[in-house]
Design a protein around this ligand. Structure first.
Ligand SMILES: NC(=O)c1ccc[n+]([C@@H]2O[C@H](COP(=O)([O-])OP(=O)(O)OC[C@H]3O[C@@H](n4cnc5c(N)ncnc54)[C@H](OP(=O)(O)O)[C@@H]3O)[C@@H](O)[C@H]2O)c1
Length: 281
């Protein structure tokens, strides 16, 4: 049996689906069930990763665990206590959803320091581990869904600075491989998209998927900061804006890892926009 934490999230949802379609027994874990119930035949267990003991009932009989960091870069987690519960339950294999920020922004309290602590706990757990380090997600564009629906407008900072965003479906596909096969043990996969894409080009791609033009409005860094601070903790906002405005060589590097693991190129932002067009209609 495979346990998927973060099961209602951008990565967890397609991961649960992929594993269930592959015939695996899956237990989906999150604190609530919203926004989407798991597919038929998949059990759901409520647990809070910041209270490790609450995960224990979900782990009974589990062979492998997909470990989400609980969001916001993993703040609030006690990684050692969490991994002790996981190892004690007899789980053999753990696949961690980490972040490229662990290496690209090691000095950042949110992306670097907390992320590194979780990663170290996973590596010290004695379990067979695989670490996934994605860059920015295509699904971050869902933050524009309301303004696209209401005014056909995307407002974002750094309109002409591109990064190679990754489709969460690709992260889920790599995770599914690593959860099912021993050959991925001890590997760290850097996951990003096929090419750098700017916010202005993302707005165009959403417009193309909708079949109507979408206008791009450039925000200043201060304006973007104020908007992001309504749903993200302060240190996460600061580092995220720096990544978006001044991506470094690690953040711009096109990693071969999606193609190596899946045997196909990573999906483009245009693919993601077409697949998720209903969110913008
Ligand atoms: N977005 C990016 O650009 C980016 C880039 C690199 C890495 N990442 C990493 O990817 C993660 C985000 O993945 P995602 O987009 O799939 O997440 P998401 O869509 O925000 O979903 C979060 C999932 O985790 C669950 N969750 C949150 N806090 C929890 C807790 N304390 N205990 C148990 N479950 C909890 C949520 O359900 P409940 O709320 O119901 O519990 C939900 O299922 C981030 O944390 C980050 O480290 C993101």
């Amino acid at each position: 049996m495979i346990v998927v934490t973060g099961a209602t999230g951008n990565v967890g949802r397609p991961l649960v689906r992929a594993l269930a379609e592959a015939g695996e027994r899956v237990t989906a874990v999150s604190r609530g069930r919203s926004p989407v119930d798991p597919p038929r035949g998949v059990g759901h267990v409520a647990a809070d990763l910041t209270v490790p003991e609450t995960l224990r009932p979900a782990l009974a009989g589990a062979e492998a665990l997909f470990l989400h960091d609980g969001g916001a870069g993993g703040q609030g987690l006690d990684p050692r206590a969490l991994l002790e519960v996981v190892a004690d339950a007899g789980v053999r294999r753990v696949v961690l959803l980490s972040s490229q920020g662990v290496v690209s922004r090691p000095e950042s309290a949110s992306h670097g320091v907390v992320g590194r602590a979780i990663q170290e706990a996973v590596r010290a757990s004695g379990l067979a581990w695989t670490i996934l380090r994605p860059g920015g997600f295509s699904s971050n564009a869902l933050a524009w869904a309301d303004s696209v629906r209401a005014e056909r407008t995307v407002a974002a900072p750094f309109g002409d600075v591109g990064i190679p965003v990754i489709d969460p479906v690709d992260i889920a596909a790599v995770a599914a491989m690593a959860l099912r096969k021993d050959e991925h043990a001890g590997r760290i996969y850097e996951l990003n998209g096929p090419t750098a894409i700017t916010p202005r080009q993302q707005a165009e791609a959403i417009g193309a998927a909708l079949g109507v033009p979408v206008q791009f409005v450039e925000l200043t860094r201060a304006e973007a900061h104020a908007r992001m601070a309504t749903f993200l903790p302060e240190p996460v906002v600061e580092t995220t804006l720096t990544v978006l405005g001044e991506p470094n060589a690690i953040e711009l590097r096109l990693s071969p890892d999606v193609e190596r693991v899946l045997g196909r190129a990573p999906r483009s932002f245009a693919d993601w926009a077409r697949e998720n067009v209903e969110a913008f209609r």
